[in-house]
Ligand binder design. Structure first.
Ligand code: GSY
Length: 154
């Protein structure tokens, strides 16, 4: 059965837009891509700004298959796992999959921190306003203020 699913993508190292574009090319079953936002880093050491976006899929892949695809794309982008929450060429998180809940040590769906993160909620709301309003929470006016989509489209 094809399910609606959302992935959150971010990059703050090297050719940020290039890494995001390459990842989108490598993802299966893409339906739509949100605008790209340049966002201040949340957590971790001092580091440069991220480019963030959300991708919608209509997919038959399982949550674990999606996680494996995300990890493979991160590795292909040269992602290294050094400093916790440090700068990265590519980060892909499985955010939400229609009708699915997963509570594994290495995979929790819906993503447990997504409602704390305006860099997820804002582009997700662009694609699925009803899902954000009904299932998660609307970003506040203060959170929305710095969120101006960049001119770049992946
Ligand atoms: O969890 C995703 C990686 N990440 C990000 C991000 O993608 N965007 C912003 N703005 N801050 C972040 N901090 C971390 S960790």
């Amino acid at each position: 059965m094809r399910r609606r699913a959302f992935l959150g993508l971010g990059s703050n190292l090297g050719d940020r837009l290039g890494y995001l574009k390459e990842a989108i090319r490598g993802l299966p079953d893409v339906v739509r891509v949100s605008p790209v936002y340049e966002t201040a880093p949340v957590g971790g050491p001092r580091q440069g700004p991220f480019l963030n976006l959300v991708v919608e899929l209509a997919t038959e892949r399982s949550p674990r298959e999606l996680l494996e695809t995300c990890r493979a794309l991160e590795a292909a982008a040269g992602r290294t796992r050094g400093v916790p929450d440090g700068p990265r060429t590519l980060d892909i998180d499985v955010l939400w999959i229609e009708g699915c809940e997963v509570h594994d040590p290495d995979l929790i769906v819906p993503h447990p921190r997504m409602t704390e993160r305006a860099f997820v909620l804002v582009p997700l709301r662009d694609l699925a306003p009803e899902l954000v309003a009904d299932t998660f929470r609307e970003p506040t006016a203060d959170e929305l203020t710095p969120y101006v989509p960049t001119l770049s489209t992946p």
